[in-house]
Write a protein that binds this ligand. Structure first.
Ligand SMILES: *[C@@H]1O[C@H](CO)[C@@H](O)[C@H](O)[C@H]1NC(C)=O
Ligand SMILES: *[C@@H]1O[C@H](CO)[C@@H](O)[C@H](O)[C@H]1NC(C)=O
Ligand SMILES: *[C@@H]1O[C@H](CO)[C@@H](O)[C@H](O)[C@H]1NC(C)=O
Ligand SMILES: *[C@@H]1O[C@H](CO)[C@@H](O)[C@H](O)[C@H]1NC(C)=O
Ligand SMILES: *[C@@H]1O[C@H](CO)[C@@H](O)[C@H](O)[C@H]1NC(C)=O
Ligand SMILES: *[C@@H]1O[C@H](CO)[C@@H](O)[C@H](O)[C@H]1NC(C)=O
Ligand SMILES: *[C@@H]1O[C@H](CO)[C@@H](O)[C@H](O)[C@H]1NC(C)=O
Ligand SMILES: *[C@@H]1O[C@H](CO)[C@@H](O)[C@H](O)[C@H]1NC(C)=O
Ligand SMILES: *[C@@H]1O[C@H](CO)[C@@H](O)[C@H](O)[C@H]1NC(C)=O
Ligand SMILES: *[C@@H]1O[C@H](CO)[C@@H](O)[C@H](O)[C@H]1NC(C)=O
Ligand SMILES: *[C@@H]1O[C@H](CO)[C@@H](O)[C@H](O)[C@H]1NC(C)=O
Length: 453
């Protein structure tokens, strides 16, 4: 089947559309290759705008053991079964079913950015697209799109051709305008451009526009080998899972947060009274594969934990991200508490969880029965690559009375009361020294001078 991007008029069949899923203008010309949808939720608020052009290239092994590539645009008829605006937990899903058992879907996820994950399932039983496929059945491949997460409340724009490759599937996208989770359902007028559209790299586009079938087939063959060997272990339709595992996903980079985190007020209760209080702004700085700076949003964070005589735990849960702080009482001079353990768990993407813990920390030390306070920024090094930047801290993990903080002991960095006398003292000492020295030198020099006169 030869790919074509002609503007084929195809009236959208209302019966195939989900309630709340609109093709712009109700029913519209469906341009082959083109996606142009606006998805609305039950209360008529738009949750996804998607407009783009797309080609798909799939490499498969033929009966003659050759790798062949089939390229096709999104063909019609289409069905949007499985599309939905999602709910508080799951983001919008745009799903398309076409041809003989093929499907294409993008699931959007939100943190302080948004990004989609594409799942393509193709059926090599389809003799029109895969006339001589050696193995018959369903294969699923997934990849992230856009390549990098997009800042919330901006629309993603990419007019140049961008290619997403994952195992046996190559997808070209161009003329893209996309926004998931638009604020109040309105398409933002702020744009996030893809790398290829940013003025510094305009030349790359021309390289990617002319895909050469033969070279595409060769570059794909190694990836295709992996997937077909996976399929060989289970030649039935159940090959889906093993080939999904072999997917090469583009690194999920996070947009760097530069703004300061908001301060949250957290409380852990023992029965009906507070036993741990915390007032703090937290920012994670993880520099593993890709640097990730993530602000804990107090508006979406829930505090739980437990209180004891020897240890207390504060657990902050922000979506799938989790921060656990364990406080201990010093057993030697047992009048002080300190932060002993921290465990960070962050879900970078749906199937990727980053985690680090340190059980031998020593931060935030103060007397039992008091709170610890530090207005200055402080960094807790949980591991060489996992750090927590702490702002505006006031914490009391033990002996909280009347749901209120006790008197606080301040960190040294905050303590101007010690610093000022030292600085003033040092300055005074210096001044006295200068005066005395000046006297001594001046006196010695001037004495002989006066004598000669
Ligand atoms: C997509 O396929 C069409 C039809 O063959 C072709 O003209 C176009 O160049 C392809 N576009 C990209 C970006 O590969
Ligand atoms: C949704 O909005 C459209 C126009 O924007 C309107 O025609 C339709 O009646 C609305 N539906 C509901 C359920 O509010
Ligand atoms: C959200 O939707 C998913 C599937 O679409 C469903 O499993 C889940 O229960 C829903 N959650 C809520 C809170 O409605
Ligand atoms: C593909 O075809 C084989 C036999 O021709 C059949 O057993 C299998 O169920 C088919 N799979 C799908 C997904 O259509
Ligand atoms: C992509 O957008 C440009 C500029 O808006 C337009 O000139 C071009 O025709 C579009 N390409 C396709 C294939 O629609
Ligand atoms: C995050 O950590 C890296 C490496 O330790 C450091 O270079 C960077 O400045 C830190 N960023 C923030 C916002 O703390
Ligand atoms: C939390 O909510 C408050 C009030 O609704 C708002 O002013 C603040 O910007 C929100 N903070 C974050 C980090 O979203
Ligand atoms: C929690 O409450 C119980 C009963 O009110 C009390 O016996 C216990 O000492 C309390 N624990 C802490 C850590 O305050
Ligand atoms: C995550 O992995 C599970 C099985 O390991 C799979 O069922 C699920 O679809 C995957 N989800 C994503 C978003 O990759
Ligand atoms: C950190 O927390 C995660 C999730 O709660 C858990 O799987 C992991 O074992 C913990 N790590 C340590 C060292 O406690
Ligand atoms: C835990 O923190 C301590 C003190 O900051 C540090 O010396 C130690 O190397 C850390 N352990 C790990 C596993 O990173």
């Amino acid at each position: 089947m030869k790919p074509r991007c002609a503007a084929a008029a195809a009236a959208a069949r209302p019966g195939l559309l989900l309630p709340g899923l609109l093709l712009l203008g109700g029913s519209v010309l469906l341009q082959t290759c083109a996606m142009d949808v606006e998805m609305k939720d039950a209360s008529n608020v738009t949750c996804l705008y998607a407009k783009w052009m797309m080609n798909l290239s799939i490499t498969y092994e033929s009966e003659a053991n050759l790798f062949k590539t089939t390229t096709f645009p999104l063909p019609d008829p289409l069905s949007y079964d499985g599309s939905s605006c999602g709910n508080d937990t799951y983001g919008p899903v745009l799903a398309i079913k076409f041809g003989d058992g093929h499907s294409w879907a993008i699931h959007f996820m939100k943190t302080n950015t948004y990004q989609g994950r594409i799942f393509i399932t193709y059926n090599t039983n389809d003799t029109e697209l895969f006339p001589d496929a050696k193995r018959k059945g369903l294969i699923t491949i997934s990849a992230n799109y856009p390549i990098r997460p997009v800042k919330l409340n901006t629309r993603f724009v990419c007019n140049n051709v961008e290619t997403i490759e994952a195992a046996s599937v190559k997808q070209d996208f161009w003329n893209v305008t996309l926004e998931a989770f638009p604020e109040d359902g309105f398409l933002s007028n702020k744009e996030t451009l893809c790398d290829k559209d940013t003025p510094s790299t305009p030349a790359i586009a021309t390289v990617a526009t002319a895909p050469d079938t033969t070279s595409a087939a060769t570059t794909h063959s190694s990836a295709a080998t992996t997937h077909s060997s996976a399929a060989a272990t289970d030649s039935s339709a159940a090959a889906t899972d093993s080939s999904t595992a072999a997917v090469t996903t583009p690194p999920s980079a996070f947009v760097q947060t530069v703004e300061k985190p908001g301060t949250g007020y957290y409380m852990v209760k023992n029965g009906s009274t507070a036993c741990l209080l915390a007032n703090v702004a937290l920012q994670l700085n993880i520099s593993q594969k890709e640097p990730l700076v993530y602000n804990i949003n107090p508006n979406t964070t829930v505090a739980t934990g437990s209180c004891g005589k020897a240890t207390s735990v504060l657990e902050l849960i922000d979506g799938k991200n989790r921060l656990t702080f364990l406080f201990a009482v010093k057993t030697v001079n047992s009048e002080k508490f300190y932060l002993k353990e921290v465990n960070i768990t962050v879900s970078a993407s749906a199937n990727e969880t980053l985690s680090a813990a340190n059980r031998s920390l020593s931060y935030w030390e103060a007397s039992l029965g008091s709170a610890y306070m530090c207005k200055s920024e402080e960094t807790i090094a949980v591991s060489p690559t996992y750090k927590i930047n702490v702002f505006n801290l006031k914490i009391q993990p033990f002996e909280v009375e009347d749901n209120e903080f006790s008197a606080a002991q301040e960190c040294l960095m905050d303590d101007d009361s010690i610093l000022i006398p030292i600085v003033v003292g040092a300055a005074l000492l210096g001044l006295i020294c200068i005066i005395l020295c000046a006297y001594a030198i001046g006196g010695r020099k001037s004495d002989p001078g006066y004598q000669t006169l």
